[in-house]
Ligand binder design. Structure first.
Ligand SMILES: [Fe+2]
Length: 363
């Protein structure tokens, strides 16, 4: 295989984002809350799989978790490690994955025309293939650590390789010839207290923008490039329930939700206490030929090529010696070298100046 990793390309401009207000008709938007209740039970993100090989045993998003613990989140708060872990271990389930529909009623959202058109404009690529729809639920006191999303490369994806490694690959810029640009729409269906969607459209060194969570609104952007997170969801005393991995958030009827540990109820909330979002992701292909390269696996990258390239670069920069350090140390060297997080800050710019796109209801 020719060494195309030498041809480092600059990152594409990332500062385009498309707001939607409204995203759907009112009835359709309220239907999303019904759908969320019907799905019923949501597991914690920490249950995401990990893989054999480099970084074996580390959390899937070791990159973001490590930065969150070190920095105290977007506002640099200092807290006990156990509390920080509970704050960022939110609840998630997948509603659609490719053609696999996991709950009836999500099909029209998967094909939302406004999202598809915005995705075409975002990456200037005409062939849009919706890939996944998933829900995130945060309870009072939770927040989502600043991160970029898990990208995908031909041959190296989150289905087979560590998520933190994929993120480092994107930031290294060495593997752009294999990367599949993805557009992400994030949508909301109730008003939430706190839990703003904070993102850095002008790069990690510029001021972030914070969008409040409002009924029937959405934003579409390149979340594999743009750092983003969720600010803390309001809670009465600023605290968070004593969450432990393995707990679930389950609909309890009559507008109430429970965190359960097996049969034991840990906490109970009303809809208004929660922060609920549905995310949409789509592959953005240049043409059918590129789409075939992906589906037929005729130009796949391998993880050995990836690690070799990163190690070679780290040695060139004097960050690694001739002999490799122990596995976990190597992981941290990779993360620290390539993923440059925004510094904790408090200033946000108002949510104006975004690229405008006409919002369309599902048809
Ligand atoms: Fe994200």
């Amino acid at each position: 295989m020719p060494d195309r990793t030498r041809a480092i390309k600059p990152l594409m401009p990332a500062n385009t984002w498309f707001p939607f207000d409204p995203l759907l008709t009112d009835a359709q938007a309220r239907g999303m809350l019904d759908l969320c209740e019907r799905y019923g039970s949501y597991k914690m993100y920490s249950e995401e799989p990990t893989f054999e090989g480099i970084g074996q045993g580390l959390p899937a998003r070791w990159d973001a978790a490590r930065n969150f613990i070190r920095s105290g989140g977007r506002f640099g708060r200092s807290e006990d490690l156990h509390v920080l872990a509970a704050r960022t271990n939110y609840f998630r389930e997948t509603y659609a994955y490719g053609d696999e529909i996991r709950i009836d009623g999500i099909q029209p959202f998967l094909r939302h025309e406004g999202f598809v058109e915005a995705a075409r404009r975002l990456h200037r690529r005409p062939v849009i293939v919706p890939a996944i729809v998933y829900a995130n639920l945060l309870v009072p006191g939770q927040e989502l650590a600043v991160h970029t999303d898990v990208p995908e490369f031909r041959g190296v994806s989150r289905k087979t390789h560590p998520q933190w490694l994929l993120v480092a690959m994107r930031h290294s810029r060495f593997f752009e010839d294999w990367r599949m640009p993805i557009a992400t729409g994030v949508s909301w269906y109730h008003d939430s207290r706190g839990g703003e969607f904070a993102f850095y459209p002008d790069g990690p060194e510029a001021a972030p923008v914070a969008l409040p969570v409002r009924f029937n609104t959405a934003v579409l952007l390149d979340t594999d490039t743009v750092f983003h997170g969720v600010d803390r969801v309001a809670s009465e005393k600023g605290d968070v329930a004593p969450l432990e991995p393995g707990m679930r958030l389950a609909f309890a009827g009559a507008g109430e939700w429970c965190i359960v540990d097996g049969e034991r109820e840990v906490a109970r909330y009303r809809w208004d206490d929660l922060r609920f979002s549905i995310s949409w992701k789509a592959y953005c292909f240049r043409d059918e030929t590129e789409r075939r390269l992906w589906s037929e696996h005729s130009d796949d990258l391998t993880v050995d090529v990836v690690v070799d390239r990163l190690v070679r670069d780290l040695r060139d920069k004097g960050k690694l010696g001739a002999s490799l350090p122990e596995d976990r140390e190597l992981v941290d060297v990779i993360i620290d070298e390539y993923i440059r997080y925004p510094a904790p800050a408090s200033a946000c710019v108002p949510a104006i100046g975004a690229a405008k796109v006409s919002s369309r209801a599902i048809r």
